[in-house]
Design a protein around this ligand. Sequence first.
Ligand code: FAD
Ligand code: DLZ
Length: 502
Amino acid sequence: MTTLVPILGDQLSHGLASLRAVDRASAVVLMMEVAEEAAYVPHHPQKIALFFSAMRHFAEELRAAGWRVDYVTLDDPANTGDFTGEVTRAADRLCATRIVALKAGEWRVLEAQQGWPNVTLLDDDRFLCSIDAFADWARPRKRLVMEDFYRLMRRQTGLLMDGDQPVGGQWNFDADNRKSVPKGHRFVAPIRFAPDAITADVLALVASRFGNHFGSTVSFGWPVTRADALTALDDFITHRLAGFGDYQDAMVTGEDVLNHSLLSPALNLGLLSPLEVCRAAEAAFHAGTAPLNAVEGFIRQILGWREYVRGLYWFAGPDYTARNHLGATRPLPALFWGAPTDLRCLSEAVDATRRNAMAHHIQRLMILGNFAMLVGTDPAEVHRWYLAVYADAIEWVEAPNVIGMSQFADGGLMATKPYAAGGAYVNRMSDHCKTCRYDVKQRTGPNACPLNSLYWDFLARHEERLSGNQRLWRMYDGWRRFSPDEQARIRAQASTFLARLG
Ligand code: FAD
Ligand code: DLZ
């Protein structure tokens, strides 16, 4: 009587519910490298290598812990290329009488799992808020305000709480976290992990099979085991957490990481748990090595945003990624795949993405996402790009951030207003404009920063739909203060740019 336990690439946790539910002596763990997962969107080669390497290391650890593991490599000639084919083949091969699996992190794969024979699907309990608990919170509400959810999570977990009050007397220290970086400030580079023999094999495999995908693997240095991930966590807590809050929204030319943690891939693969990461940050505050604005800001990203977007993804339903509230239809501009652009902010963000399979939050939201939305890109194309290019992209976390937060394609389920910005924002939060060929202060003319006319054109295009939004009142007031001639010049400038964008 063999029980088959399929474990997917983002389920690399030793305490997995499916492992807890079976008897080690009669279970066989199945892990599968499958072509469909690697290519249903053209994933960045570094992302594919990260998943395969972490999977191979995890299989080794399971074997060392006494599990029988059946591991199907991508180049196995018998590999059918998809999860269902491999699960069916393994069930036959091992004469399995039942299958016990953890529910996948996206609708597409969950639907496939539901078709597996004799399968028991278990809830993924590696999150601090269950899907049902989020739905109970969300159902009676008109607006799903993240801050309300976050305070509930603070109370439930006791993180940064003093009885029923927030430590420091305030729930949120975001107002302290908008500083620009002083000239000459030095950031401590994050720890990188040199590829071992397993990773080197995987990098060679990925180069031969997916070398034509956008992205480089040269900088590969991700933690691929739990031990490495714990070292990366310690490195962040020791060297970068203290400055996390101050420069959280900043962008600096040539600085890919600043004080960010780079922990999202390890968290999303399951190498680290969200609670242990939050507790490590909280301990640094209590030890006096990191200030409250930094620790609260960091914990809010994980306890608040990460749990909130996961709940929202499942609450919103399987059609969420098809939403297109603003009716945007433009194909994704070629610059997202590395075609040259002379906007410095965009070239920096795309280049970091190409080199590292990573860009930090403000680059994703306010540079790349903002540009895609201002030019009217089809949100489904934007979603597929983000899913492909980032090492941490799993649909449950990527889709709400892209469809909801960055493209306003869900019509405000997640964000209260579109995150739209012109050049002034980029100039305030970064040093990019100083070395850009465009003049950020100009709206029209050959040297004007294109973001300025695109921003006003976006507001004008969507005036009927958006001008009733209270949070956009000031922006529409600004637009109406322009003379009709100036409005026409701005729109003509945007239209010329859009025509050239093709
Ligand atoms: P830090 O700045 O150090 O933050 C700490 C942790 O908080 C992150 O590791 C992450 O786990 C969590 N976090 C922070 N912001 C968010 C958020 N908005 N949603 C969920 N978790 C958050 N994050 C992903 O993990 N996968 C994605 O595919 C993804 N796609 C995104 C797409 C867009 C358009 C935007 C605006 C954001 C996206 N994010 C995504 C959220 C965020 O940008 C990344 O989590 C972050 O940049 C990862 O880098 P870090 O680990 O250094 O984060
Ligand atoms: C992202 C990814 C890739 C590139 N390849 C695999 C794979 O070959 N095998 C696997 O088990 N998982 C892979 N993954 C992660 C899955 O896409 C992820 O588990 C699903 O999106 C479900 O959340």
